[in-house]
Write a protein that binds this ligand. Sequence first.
Ligand code: SF4
Length: 190
Amino acid sequence: MGIEEALSTDGFFTSRLQSLINWGRRSSLWPMPFATACCGIEVMATASSRYDLARFGAEVMRFSPRQSDVLVVAGRVTTKMMPVVQRVYAQITEPKWVVSMGACASTGGVFDTYAVIQGIDQFIPVDVYVPGCPPRPEMLLEGVMAIQKIIDQDRLPPKGPNGKRRPLQIALEPTHEVGEQPARITVGLT
Ligand code: SF4
């Protein structure tokens, strides 16, 4: 069905300004990848042709916080690096959203050491946690869709403290089911 069929015969439709703004925001997310380790490779795969992040309107990766609105922290963050992440977060203008991608960003992962931050949410507000080590590109896509759902429900002006949005802290459930291997491989004697 084309837009012409959806429109009335007079050729106009009505909407709420809030819905229109949210629709524009959700359809044009500009992520800023803060990729420090292996999870970053999955971010690259998500943007590549096979997974095609462009289908969600979020393919325009920006490496300048002033041009971005979604911070994707992918990989472990050290105590030395955390002030940089905080500064990048502060430089992104409102409205902004944060995705914590992978076990390391969300909890420190296997790196239970004094040098690695045990969860970035202790320092910056996180909207969506994407589980996995590493999360598959499909999981990151689900994280982007979760951000889109958050934006759909956003209010103008935001209802959080100081007129700022409150982070929703959604934790995605792993959805990947192990399928049959394409090639039958037998290990050991047959
Ligand atoms: S969660 Fe796993 S894949 Fe991601 S950065 Fe940590 S060790 Fe690497």
